[in-house]
Write a protein that binds this ligand. Structure first.
Ligand SMILES: Cc1cc2nc3c(=O)[nH]c(=O)nc-3n(C[C@H](O)[C@H](O)[C@H](O)COP(=O)(O)OP(=O)(O)OC[C@H]3O[C@@H](n4cnc5c(N)ncnc54)[C@H](O)[C@@H]3O)c2cc1C
Length: 380
């Protein structure tokens, strides 16, 4: 019997495992998939190109403790993420900024940029709602362009929504960045793990107090008693259980399935050095896919004559079809359902829910790492 059982070997589970192992706890991780790393898992494909199997992951953070912790397990390839949006064949930087303004409005851009700067200052992100509230028809025009060409169709594809179903609060927050900085993230630290995410996880989990077993569905091994006790393989377990898998599945979907958006990835390897201008090109108004990622441009890997890309097609999550739950759909109804499960979980004092599936929320890598570090300060 171990001190701690962790379900899932993604960032949530692996960070918790390492911290608790270093506190002297013996930790067992059960992972359903046949690999560690969760959705950040990467591997070399047949052509030797390092690809992110569950979609592109770019590391960025302002958290000093997160960066210091993860940097113990990897060096960083200095990658600054820039994204362009393909708008009817023309590529402009997104989020929409002063360089995008130049490309869309040509000679008139300088005048418009001066108006934006006079009204809001520079190096600031202004929500389009604010531009719309202005009396100036030029600022309204910019807001309308960004709404229609950068935001609307992309969001409809991503969430499978009709325009009238898109939350006006979300729409209003879409920013225009009054800056010439094309970086997608402005965080202090950004980059890619030099040897990839899986190598980072291997180092993080390489500790004498950690045992990892992959290919094991923990739900078949854990059971919950109404009196608040937890059983593993039929034996009462007195240690802590850190659960990072889906909370609805943990309780056998007692109150129904939590809805998610899923993704279909179309992979292609081409006989060329380079396919597109940037690692990620969004398709904001045309095509059924949302974006194309070219992995060599993310990782800086040199593989002459070959390059691998993926196109991402968002779709509804249908568990019976074996799809992967990617994005929690946050709305009042779904949160009420989540709360029912969270309430049930409270009965089990040794059960700790952490991660995008267990907490039914979106985390970036740094956010979930921070959450795991903070949780483990208090635990054990
Ligand atoms: C398409 C996509 C792109 C993203 N891009 C970025 C990005 O660019 N930058 C960024 O910072 N973040 C990004 N993220 C977010 C990032 O993936 C998450 O922050 C991270 O995966 C969360 O880690 P986690 O451990 O909570 O979940 P996961 O990585 O999903 O790990 C959970 C693990 O639990 C396992 N599990 C589930 N059920 C069981 C069971 N019954 N028994 C045993 N194991 C089980 C799963 O197999 C999985 O390995 C992206 C997310 C998606 C979906």
């Amino acid at each position: 019997m171990k001190d701690v059982l962790i379900v899932g070997a993604g960032f949530a589970g692996a960070v918790a495992a390492r911290v608790l192992a270093e506190k002297g706890k013996s930790v067992l991780i059960l992972e359903k998939r046949d690999h560690i790393g969760g959705n950040a898992y990467d591997k070399k494909n047949e052509e030797g190109i390092l690809v992110h199997v569950y979609g592109p992951h770019i590391y960025h953070t302002n958290f000093e403790d997160v960066h210091a912790f993860l940097s113990r397990f990897t060096e960083w390839y200095p990658y600054s993420h820039e994204v362009v949006g393909n708008i009817y064949g023309k590529e402009i930087p997104v989020p929409f900024n002063l360089n995008s303004l130049d490309m869309v409005y040509g000679e008139d851009a300088q005048r418009l940029a001066a108006k934006l700067t006079a009204a809001f200052g520079s190096e600031v992100k202004v929500p389009i709602l604010k531009l719309r509230e202005s009396d100036d028809p030029d600022l309204k025009m910019i807001a309308d362009y960004v709404y229609e060409n950068v935001f609307l169709h992309y969001t409809m594809k991503q969430w499978g929504k009709k325009p009238e179903d898109i939350d006006p609060a979300t729409t209003g927050r879409v920013p225009v960045f009054i800056s010439r900085d094309n970086r997608y993230f402005t965080d202090k630290y950004q980059g890619m793990p030099k040897d990839g995410y899986t190598a980072l996880f291997e180092k993080m989990l390489d500790h004498p107090n950690i045992e990892v077993r992959t290919g094991i569905d923990a739900y078949r091994r854990i059971s919950f008693n109404e009196d608040g006790s937890i059983y593993i393989d039929g034996d009462a377990f007195e240690g802590e259980v850190i659960h990072t898998g889906p909370i609805d599945e943990l309780f056998d979907f007692e109150y129904g399935h939590l809805p998610y958006r899923s993704l279909r990835f179309d992979w292609e390897t081409l006989d060329t050095d380079s396919f597109q201008s940037h690692a990620v090109v969004n398709y904001n108004v045309t095509e059924d896919f949302t974006r194309i990622t070219e992995f060599k441009k993310l990782t800086g890997q040199q593989v002459p004559g070959k390059t691998t890309i993926i196109r991402e097609y968002p779709l509804a999550y249908e568990p019976d079809k074996g799809e992967i739950p990617y994005y929690a759909i946050i709305n009042d109804e779904n949160m009420a359902l989540y709360e029912k499960y969270a309430k049930k979980a409270e009965k089990y004092k040794k059960l700790h829910l952490i991660g995008r599936l267990a907490e039914y929320k979106y985390y970036n890598i740094d956010g979930i790492t921070k959450r795991a570090l903070d949780m483990c300060k208090e635990l054990c």
